[in-house]
Design a protein around this ligand. Structure first.
Ligand code: BGC
Length: 776
């Protein structure tokens, strides 16, 4: 990979692959994934290879393959594959000679360009392809291929269409529907998901040019099982360039735009849409999409002046993917743990959204954060059902969430247990319960940062109360200790299952209950109408008594006298300590499972990821720096960072503790999860939470931005090799620019509104007029 290819205007905007290796296809398929939140397309090459994964997902279209599986995002029929034959030889870069190969993702415009010279049996061709998913026309993906025979005349044959033979690793989610080619030009495939019965209308059309001049060539028409295509035969003179354009659209019955419409109307819509798009043409459509990207970047761009140029590219890469993966157009949909870039985690949403991805949106694109928060409101039915099925009250959010009505969708069986040879049981769906307070926390953070009363009144307060009702019902009375415990859970550290009193879970449940009590009082006094409505629905009066009684009796693990270490759970500190050097130095995550089963790992003082550290991050003011440091010193050496969520939290914490070198190192490691030299890490998709975490490393870590108890704090701790960072920040509806240098903090008000903006910097309070410059 090459991250320094961009120069001039494009400096630090280009992610480039400079060598083709068919063993490493997954890397660029995922990190160069294209999308617009409506859909995501993995960037498989035009020509086919054995190890490719050709995925195309449409947000929210979950389907259940069969009764024994959970719902997942179906991999829809493919547009991207082209069968290209050059003078009778199939284009195949594993054969012949390849020169000047490059594939570039331009993060600024969302366009991929692939270019090379290919010589086979003495015949040399120049090849360039471009591809984008439009940020303007959400239903549109477009691609273009240019082929020039360099040293002879050549007969080029391109077969292209819609291929429904793709699956999700073997699971076929579609009934084969109607296929049709209108006027030898517009190709249509209808497919319907097997259980959820969502109809997909996919259409494509082609345009061909020779040396830039449009040519009409009648193609051969083909239909096959789950396949429809056309084949163009073009004779090219030596040096003559063929341009092959392909516009592709997807519409589904799940789209809000098609709600209540009959399939035949959607087909008509789709045909008209494609006809209109084809009149506009590839290049103009590309320019329009690039313009949308430009607008986005003006809203979100972070400028870093660092000795390491890569840092600038890393944050742009992260933000690019956060935009691509997030269905901001439809609040019935969440963000998948791999975005829309791979089959990993089946498109499901986890706590990754609330604690890792949402903060970027909350602080920079609050409308999008609102949509994600609303998604959880939409899933309340499933959350209530989960609580009820488990004998609790209130809302118990699913550990893994898919379509809003699906409820819990965590698969039950996972990787092989090396001791028993059977599949390991995944307990998260049953007992990883902290997701419920994570949702409440993210909502509250959204509220405090945006002051969006409308959202809270219609959706947010109901969730805050109902999650508190859940926790109150979840607590278990310990008669001997005369306190409430939360037994048999998995905390954030998934290497410890069936533990009692995971500190993170207990503290956050306590926080959730306190918050509900606070808002009970506030709403009763300040918004009586709303209070009455919610009181009627959730019986707040009765619940308040329960909350008040229980909240003070929840056991909150305290730091040990001797060393300040807070027990992660009741048994962690008494488990066996082993030498973890080998696993700390691993090349690939999860290497410990080559030697131990999960049951064995459960009995060792080893952690998968940040656990107590997340608690320090969220409830920062409850713990002193000394306590944080003591726990860092104890737990970090035992943490393998086997989850990509771990590094960014540790980075922010290291920054808080003023350990700048460590913080920077962790930021770099987080940035390299997808962009690093390891060519396999992204095979199943990019790491969405970690990408959100990279934004947090910079804004919450190095710039020290935090919402604490509703107030804004900015305590910058710039890494040694950074001179400056400048970023947008939204606070209470005011658009700010924050600039941090080694010893100066500048905050500028961009919005015209006069809403008061107050913040503290290292304990001192400031009120912003238009611009303020603070030496620190
Ligand atoms: C992590 C979880 C995370 C999930 C999805 C797991 O490996 O342990 O914390 O939510 O991946 O990213």
């Amino acid at each position: 990979m090459n991250y320094t290819k961009g120069t001039g205007e494009l400096k630090n905007w280009i992610v480039s692959e400079n060598e083709f290796n068919s063993n490493n296809l997954g890397k660029c398929e995922a990190i160069m994934c294209l999308g617009n939140g409506y859909m995501g397309v993995r960037s498989a090459t035009e020509e086919v290879y054995l190890n490719e994964t050709r995925d195309h997902f449409v947000s929210g279209t979950f389907n259940k393959f069969d009764e024994n599986e959970v719902t997942e995002l179906p991999n829809i029929p493919d547009f991207t594959k082209l069968n290209i034959t050059l003078d009778g030889e199939r284009l195949d870069l594993e054969k012949g000679e390849l020169k000047n190969y490059s594939r570039d993702l331009n993060l600024k415009t969302g366009v991929i360009t692939r270019e090379f010279n290919w010589t086979f049996k003495g015949k040399e061709y120049h090849f360039i392809s471009r591809r984008f998913v439009s940020l303007k026309e959400l239903n549109l993906m477009a691609m273009e291929v240019e082929i020039t025979p360099l040293n002879m005349d050549s007969a080029v044959v391109i077969s292209s269409g819609i291929d429904g033979q793709v699956t999700n690793s073997g699971a076929q989610h579609f009934h084969e529907g109607e296929k049709r080619i209108y006027n030898k030009k517009f190709i249509e495939m209808i497919s319907t998901t097997t259980t959820m019965k969502i109809d997909f209308v996919q259409m494509t059309t082609h345009a061909l040019k020779k040396d830039g001049v449009e040519v009409e060539i009648a193609p051969d028409l083909n239909m096959d099982r789950r396949k429809v295509s056309v084949e163009y035969k073009v004779d090219l003179k030596k040096g003559e360039k063929l341009t092959f354009e392909k516009l592709c659209t997807v519409n589904t019955t799940r789209d809000l735009a098609h709600a209540g419409k009959e399939l035949k109307n959607i087909r008509t819509f789709s045909l008209n849409q494609l006809e209109n798009l084809s009149k506009i043409g590839f290049q103009t459509l590309l320019n329009e999409s690039a313009k949308e990207w430009d607008k986005k970047w003006q809203e979100i761009d972070i400028k870093i002046s660092s000795k390491e140029e890569f840092d600038q590219l890393a944050i742009r890469f992260a933000q690019y993917h956060l935009i691509v993966m997030t269905p901001s157009h439809d609040s019935r949909m969440g963000v998948g743990a791999k975005g829309l870039s791979g089959e990993g985690y089946k498109g499901h949403s986890f706590w990754d959204t609330e604690l890792f991805i949402m903060p970027f949106f909350t602080y920079t694109m609050p409308e999008v954060a609102k949509s994600l928060a609303k998604y959880r409101f939409e899933t309340l039915g499933g959350a209530r059902k989960k609580a009820e099925d488990n004998g609790y009250s209130g809302a118990m959010f699913p550990w893994e969430s898919a379509w809003k009505d699906d409820g819990e969708v965590t698969p039950v069986w996972g990787a092989v247990d090396i001791v028993t040879g059977k599949a390991t049981k995944i307990w998260s769906g049953f007992i990883e319960q902290h997701i419920t307070c994570d949702v409440a926390y993210a909502l509250w953070q959204y509220y405090m940062v945006t002051k969006d009363e409308e959202f809270m009144e219609n959706y947010g307060f109901e969730i805050l109360f109902d999650t508190a009702i859940f926790w109150a019902s979840r607590l278990e009375w310990n008669e001997e200790k005369k306190e409430y415990h939360i037994n048999n859970v998995i905390g954030p550290d998934e290497y410890k299952e069936h533990v009692n009193n995971n500190a993170f879970t207990n503290y956050m449940a306590n926080w959730n209950l306190n918050l509900a009590i606070e808002y009970y009082e506030k709403l009763k006094n300040e918004k009586p109408e709303l209070f009455n409505r919610l009181n009627e629905k959730l019986n707040l009066d009765l619940n308040l008594n329960i909350w008040m009684d229980k909240v003070t009796k929840i056991y909150l693990p305290q730091p040990r006298e001797i060393d300040g270490v807070i027990p992660q759970d009741d048994t962690y500190l008494s488990k066996e300590i082993i030498d973890l050097t080998k696993y700390k130095n691993q090349d690939h995550v999860g290497s410990m499972f080559k030697d131990y089963s999960l049951d064995q790992v459960n009995e060792i003082q080893v952690s998968k990821q940040a656990d107590i550290m997340v608690l320090f991050y969220l409830l920062e003011n409850r713990f002193s720096t000394d306590i944080k440091r003591a726990n860092w010193n104890y737990y970090e050496p035992k943490t393998l960072h086997d989850s990509s969520l771990s590094l960014s939290t540790h980075c922010v914490l290291a920054s808080d503790m003023n350990d700048k070198e460590m913080a920077y190192d962790l930021f770099r490691r987080a940035s390299e999860i997808d962009l690093g030299p390891n060519m396999k890490t992204s095979d199943h998709g990019v790491h969405a939470a970690s990408l959100g975490g990279i934004w947090q490393c910079i804004v919450n870590g190095f710039a020290g931005v935090r919402m604490l108890g509703g107030d804004l704090r900015i305590d910058p701790k710039l890494p040694e090799n950074w001179n400056e960072v400048k970023f947008p920040l939204n606070w209470h509806g005011v658009n700010l620019t924050v600039e941090v240098t080694k010893n100066t903090l500048i905050v500028i008000r961009n919005s015209k509104n006069r809403t008061e903006v107050k913040f503290t910097v290292f304990g001192k309070e400031y009120v912003l007029d238009k611009k303020i410059e603070i030496k620190y």
